[in-house]
Ligand binder design. Structure first.
Ligand code: NOJ
Length: 734
């Protein structure tokens, strides 16, 4: 493979090499014909604009993609195929729960299967590259992009992210992907897409949760927290990495040589492609570190950016920068080599075209694109979407009202989401269509027929009349997806305007009330938790939202999710997460008036990380350790706990292992998720969750940025969430 890349590179002119580093938006076979034919562009992002996740576009025009590719392959001097990138974030045509919801399932296999299906659907349309997984660690729910993330814990995001990478790219251990089996006969093709770990790195630390805001963080925290999921993705073979829009302590990531070239490429040995974010190279000028686009191009290629997404800085200036000696040719060679390697590895030279359509040469591609029939989610795909949605639901409170009785009487379905379809797809669902979504209204009507009362969705005081007529009210509230995702930060974590007022009025009628919250972020739900009989977090669940929800509320299935982010008490409590590290005056010292607590409120989260109920309950036995000492070299300890299903239904428990290194070279998290085990237990059954603890799980970067493991004491905690567990001390011996 490397020989093939080098042979190609040897044939290329400087202009052609620069072309491989340039990504255009929505390349058009006619308007961009000359650019493509001359080898002046290497890839195309299929997106409606700079914040594409918030907008609907026309979908992928497969015949236009193929026509564009035909110019590159058939008419350019070297016939190098183009890559077509698209944000396939949580499904393609079959939309799954938003990533934060998928993370709530804590299920690597599920994430793998959703990514594999998304890749098969996308690649059938000529997409060869997705910009996912998003691995930004954030303890900042005001930031709308937490919806796209896999939660606050590096180990959870890392493992789920690696599973997503394998799903998108094809698991090397699982052999080739049978795309036909996934998306239907006749699709064939590569069936996989290149993945992209983003946004490298520290984006989740945007000040005040304001999108794109500057970031203050040191390299040690980056290494011990924020870089970890990226390393996991790179180790899983992730083909590309996207630079973050933000700076890190004054140096914008698109110019951050230390983190891109020295850490990612040199230290980790990443031989894939670093792609800029949308206009990220150009933004160096607005960030005030580059005087103009030429300067921006020089800084970005030097830092290690290989592909310039849409700013045009590389295309306009790299050639001249090399010719006058301001940028070494070796840097452009390195970038072009990485892009070619990606294309060879992905099999693009053998399979450049989308298999779904094969337009006749000469046909007007745009005309035929407009009349292309859209593929609807297949029944098998919907089954997976329903499974994923149920697995993502997190039950927060339940006084026994759930699951609903088979014949519950008259059930009112109300709230702004009762009749919704499209809004339940969530942010970044570019190829999902509202018409494909099975709404809650249709699902409840199908189930209860005449006993279902479906409100008009206005959720006003008129609704109270309906509440009086019903035996049970299901209120579907929360955030529209346009309130989460990119560029959508909020300063208040309460429910959107007016919703709490209506819920209060409903609760005042003292009728049974179940509240379902659709959301892209942790919310401040304090009062809702008190006034409702049950509260279920449903995130934005995707195409099977309605049936998944109604089946769960009626107990055909049990809610299975656990919070992948802490739910804080209020905005005033932020940051509030499991990333907290010890201070010199710990807050456990309740009698200490200067212990760092608030004067006016409790400091502990409203709902801890890892929290979630289901329709049964579990009791935990004592923590068992196979030894209390673990030799640093090659040692391990079996940590186990017996868990009993003490309820009357089968249930799924996520048993969680947390670690704290008592004495280290730098402050270490008080309670860091290290591992988890999922137990499925029938009523009355007893299971054992066993963890094999190794010294590597206590490794961390020290003051000199060296990875190390210390001999000494560590606290091991096993429990149902970050606030409920049993602890024991172990000693790592030298
Ligand atoms: C900007 C976003 O930050 C990024 O996540 C996305 O992949 C690109 N736009 C491309 O749409």
């Amino acid at each position: 493979m490397e020989d093939r890349v080098e042979a190609l590179l040897a044939e290329m002119t400087l202009a052609e090499k620069v072309g491989q580093t340039h990504m255009s938006a929505n390349l058009d076979p006619t308007a961009d014909h000359e650019l493509i034919r001359s080898g002046g562009v290497g890839s195309s992002v299929l997106a409606s604009g700079a914040t594409a996740g918030n907008e609907r576009d026309h979908g992928v025009r497969v015949s236009a993609v193929n026509a564009t590719q035909r110019v590159a392959v058939g008419q350019s001097r070297l016939g190098i195929p183009l890559m077509f990138g698209r944000d396939v974030i949580h499904g393609h045509q079959t939309v799954f729960p938003i990533p934060l919801g998928l993370a709530a399932a804590w299920d690597e296999d599920l994430v793998f299967r959703t990514a594999r299906l998304a890749a098969a659907e996308a690649s059938a349309q000529g997409v060869s590259w997705t910009f996912a997984p998003m691995l930004d660690i954030s303890e900042e729910p005001r930031w709308g992009r937490v919806a796209e993330s896999l939660g606050e814990a590096p180990v959870l995001a890392g493992r789920l992210g690696a599973a997503m990478v394998r799903g998108f790219q094809g698991d090397p251990d699982a052999g080739t992907v049978d795309a036909g089996a996934l998306v239907g006969a006749g699709s064939g093709g590569i069936g996989t897409v290149a993945a992209c770990a983003k946004h490298y790195v520290g984006y989740g630390l945007v000040g005040g949760g304001r999108d794109y805001e500057t970031v203050q963080v040191g390299e040690n925290t980056l290494r011990n927290v924020h870089l970890r999921p990226f390393l996991a993705a790179v180790r899983a073979g992730c083909a590309t990495v996207m630079a973050a829009f933000t700076d890190v302590d004054g140096v914008p990531m698109h110019a951050h040589r230390r983190l891109l070239r020295e850490v990612l490429k040199d230290e980790w040995g990443f031989d894939g492609v670093v792609v800029a974010d949308w206009d990220g190279v150009g933004q160096l000028v607005r960030q005030g570190v580059a005087s103009d686009l030429r300067d921006a191009a020089a800084q970005a290629i030097t830092a290690g950016v290989d592909i310039d997404m849409v700013s045009g800085a590389f295309a306009a200036h790299l050639e001249e920068l090399v010719e006058v000696g301001d940028v070494p040719l070796a840097l452009v060679d390195d970038a072009a080599r990485r892009v070619l390697r990606l294309k060879v590895r992905r099999g693009l030279f053998e399979n450049p075209y989308a298999p779904a359509t094969s337009p006749e040469p000469g046909a007007d591609p745009l005309l035929s694109a407009r009349s292309e029939p859209r593929t609807e989610p297949r029944p098998e795909s919907r089954r997976l979407a329903r499974e994923a949605a149920v697995a993502s639901f997190v039950l927060l409170t339940n006084n026994g009202i759930l699951p609903l009785a088979a014949n519950p009487g008259r059930v009112l379905l109300t709230g702004p989401f009762a009749r919704e379809g499209e809004a339940l797809l969530g942010t970044w669902a570019l190829d999902g269509r509202g018409g494909d979504v099975a709404s809650p209204a249709s699902a409840i009507s199908a189930r209860l027929q005449g006993n279902a009362i479906v409100d008009d969705g206005r959720f006003s005081d008129r609704t109270l009349h309906l509440v009086r007529q019903a035996d049970i009210t299901l209120a579907l509230v929360g955030e529209h997806p346009s309130r989460s995702g990119e560029a959508n930060s909020v300063a208040d974590l309460g429910l959107p305007a007016g919703q709490l007022d209506v819920l209060r009025a409903m609760a005042a009628l003292c009728r049974p009330l179940v509240v379902v919250v659709f959301t892209g972020r942790p919310l401040d739900l304090g009062e809702v938790l008190d006034l409702a009989d049950a509260v279920l977090i449903a995130w934005h669940p995707g195409v099977e939202a309605g049936p998944a929800l109604i089946e769960t509320l009626f107990g055909d299935r049990s809610p299975a999710g656990r919070l992948p982010m802490t739910f804080p008490r209020s905005v005033g409590h932020l940051p509030s997460s499991t990333l907290a590290r010890p201070t010199g005056r710990p807050i456990e010292a309740a009698s200490d008036p200067v212990a760092g607590r608030y004067l006016d409120t409790l400091v502990v989260p409203r709902l801890p990380f890892g929290f979630g109920l289901t329709y049964t309950s579990f009791s935990y036995g004592p923590l068992q350790l196979s030894a209390s000492e673990m030799p640093l070299n090659g040692g391990s300890i079996e940590v186990s706990v017996e868990v009993t299903n003490v309820g009357e239904r089968t249930g799924r428990e996520v048993v969680q292992l947390y670690l704290h290194d008592v004495v280290a070279d730098v402050t270490r998290p008080l309670l860091e998720l290290a591992d988890w085990v999922i137990l499925e237990l029938a009523a009355g059954a007893v299971g054992t969750a066993t963890f094999t603890l190794t010294p590597a799980q206590l490794s961390y970067y020290d003051r000199s940025m060296t990875l190390r493991i210390d001999p000494g004491e560590a606290v091991v905690t096993v429990g149902r969430d970050a606030a409920n567990g049993s602890s024991a001390r172990i000693t790592v011996t030298g």
